[in-house]
Ligand binder design. Structure first.
Ligand code: A3P
Length: 336
């Protein structure tokens, strides 16, 4: 009799035993990790010097064990709320533009960017083939030092985006608050969450160590790692779209530039365009596996400096001071 399970869910007995072993190892490791109350009110666990919400940790351990990139893969790396959705949309539009008149780029019109570019530690952790192999993009929030060794030792390129810590915190607080309210859970007070964030406690945090890991790697391997900031990308999007295309090995031709291809991509991926699409206004995605997340919470304001409407000048100065001290000596100065 034929199984009613989709083929991707059918595991042979060897594979199933391996997964059971992994689950056992995961539970054993988890029981030894330090934990603390996190920004969403649940416990976060300290694993390899970074804090994690446990719903992501199993996927991270799993990819560390057995994720193998394709040699042509390009990884989009980021700390949550630094511009991941925008970077996914831009890179997807850039590398699929030859099919502009076909269905691929226009899939940004009907699919939210997270459904166009898979997350390594969520979408591909259980099923690495859960992707369109013709599109060489994979995204990740995993810190550089915790990436699978198979990626570090590969020749795969990495594009990293980061952002002013104050805007990251405000964006993150609103995101978690909206998520929690949709589950009828009272969100943490902004002041309480701020205290945690300043102490480095955030999913994939401390934020500064996430940034520093990719910064140092980009200095060591400049041809392999492109380090970007949300603010610079906002200020001159056209120059960054061209830079991204060049880095990804698909530069714009003169003809394309003359035909306005760069501007078309910028317009297609703009906050205004994406946030007003039906799929992003009313659709849901299953990023967190357990609950469907409204796509609209990935699009809030898309502005630089909105922190000033939510944090006091003292809170802003405190976070600036922390970032300055943590980044001191690294040669990196993030825009404020
Ligand atoms: P704000 O909350 O400050 O508005 P991530 O994609 O990493 O989750 O980051 C989310 C942040 O990026 C949110 O910031 C969101 O509004 C902003 N954003 C989403 N899409 C964008 C786009 N197309 N252009 C610019 N910013 C965008």
């Amino acid at each position: 009799m034929e199984s009613s399970l989709p083929s991707t869910q059918i595991l042979d007995s060897g594979e199933s035993a391996e997964r059971k072993n992994e689950a056992k190892n995961y539970n054993e490791v988890m029981s030894t990790l330090p934990k603390v109350k996190g920004l969403n009110g649940c416990d976060y666990y300290l694993y390899q010097c970074f804090w994690y919400d446990p719903s992501f940790l199993e996927g991270i351990m799993s990819v560390q064990e057995r994720f193998n990139p394709q040699s042509t893969d390009i990884f989009l790396a980021s700390f949550p709320k630094t511009g991941t959705t925008w970077l996914k949309a831009l890179t997807f539009a850039i590398c699929t533009r030859s099919r502009l008149s076909g269905s691929t780029t226009s899939s940004l019109l009907s699919k939210m960017p997270h459904d166009c570019v898979p997350f390594m530690e969520y979408d591909l952790a259980q099923n690495p083939s859960n992707r369109d192999l013709a599109i060489p993009l994979v995204s990740t929030h995993v810190p550089y030092t915790c990436l699978p060794k198979s990626i570090i030792s590969s020749c795969c390129k990495i594009i990293y985006i980061c952002r002013d810590a104050k805007d990251v915190f405000v964006s993150l607080w609103y995101f978690l608050a909206r998520l929690q309210m949709s589950e009828n859970v009272e969100p943490l007070l902004l002041e309480e969450a701020f205290e945690l964030f300043c102490n480095g406690i955030a999913n994939f945090g401390p934020y500064w160590n996430h940034v520093l890991g990719y910064w140092r790697a980009s200095l060591e391997f400049p041809e392999k790692i492109l380090f970007l900031t949300y603010e610079e990308m906002k200020k001159d999007t056209a120059a960054h779209v061209k830079k991204l295309a060049e880095f990804m090995g698909c530069s714009f031709t003169l003809e394309e530039e003359e035909e306005g291809e760069v501007q078309k991509i910028i317009g297609m991926c703009s906050f205004e365009k994406l946030s007003n699409l039906e799929v992003n206004k009313n659709g849901k995605c299953l990023l967190d596996i357990s609950i469907p997340i409204p796509n609209s919470i990935y699009f809030r304001k898309g502005e630089i400096g909105d922190w000033a409407n939510h944090l006091t000048p003292e809170m802003g100065a405190r976070l600036d001071d922390i970032m300055e001290r943590k980044l001191k000596g690294s040669g990196l100065k993030l825009p404020r």
